[in-house]
Design a protein. Structure first.
Length: 256
């Protein structure tokens, strides 16, 4: 059985993945942004191998979260599920970063750099990454006019490139990006047309599946099938530039 850490697992896709993996007999560490959210976990809190709390928009809390998970022991897999969409640029982190960038990109990078290295990494992306701008100028939206759709799309392009960069840099780790589809979660809204059940199964499968496909690396997945991502995701120069920018913004280097 695997030990798996899932960020943003108090609701939606993260909670569904946690329930599936726990039902399969895996040890799952769940994450809540606040103690109040942790209190809403219900029966999952008692079934999980651990519950950790921390706001992924805050650098200090993210690093403390990594330390807390490390104290529980090395994880076999980490699912970077947490994400935000509609947060205004005005809702910034203490460091001044746009919250969308902080939660969707900086936190997965920081946790990956600080956690004991797992065997598998799963990064939640979106089909909207295809609308992302392959530029690292003003990633914090300090000079651009705020556009929520574009900021979210940019963040998903960056985290997809990060997943592919890690697959190349760490060949011993299976690192993949997952597009869950437009599913009816709190983020996706009640009218989202995709299948919530299918939306969470791919990340659970990539985290703990035993078949050959689940053990592969450097893939962009949708409903357990590989799809071709936007061209910048496969561009090694862009991948390296993304890693360098994230190291600059977080002041933490990615280990070799």
């Amino acid at each position: 059985m695997a030990r798996i850490f899932i960020t943003g697992s108090t609701q939606g896709l993260g909670l569904a993945a946690a329930r599936t993996l726990i039902a399969q007999g895996h040890d799952v560490v769940v994450h809540a942004r606040t103690a109040q959210r942790a209190g809403d976990l219900g029966e999952i809190a008692g079934e999980a191998a651990g519950v950790v709390v921390g706001d992924l928009a805050v650098r200090a809390e993210t690093i403390a979260l990594a330390d807390e998970v490390n104290e529980l022991g090395r994880m076999d897999a980490v699912i970077h599920n947490a994400g935000v969409y509609t947060e205004s640029r005005r809702v910034a982190t203490p460091e001044g970063h746009a919250r969308v960038l902080a939660v969707n990109v900086l936190a997965p990078y920081l946790l990956t750099a600080k956690l004991q290295r797992p065997s598998r990494l799963v990064f939640l992306t979106s089909g909207m990454h295809r609308s992302g701008t392959a530029s690292l100028d003003d990633v914090d939206w300090l000079t651009r006019r705020w556009e929520a759709y574009q900021a979210y799309s940019d963040s998903k392009l960056l985290v997809s490139a990060l997943a592919f960069a890690l697959a190349r840099r760490w060949p011993e780790v299976a690192s993949n990006a997952v597009d869950p589809g437009w599913v009816p979660t709190r983020m996706g809204g009640p009218n989202a047309p995709d299948d919530l059940e299918q939306g969470h199964l791919t990340q659970a499968w990539l985290a703990a599946g035993e078949d050959d496909d689940a053990r592969t690396s450097g893939g962009y997945w949708y409903h357990q099938r590989r799809r071709e991502p936007a061209a910048p995701v496969r561009d090694e120069a862009f991948q390296d530039a993304v890693v360098a920018k994230l190291a600059e913004l977080t002041r933490v280097d990615l280990p070799n």
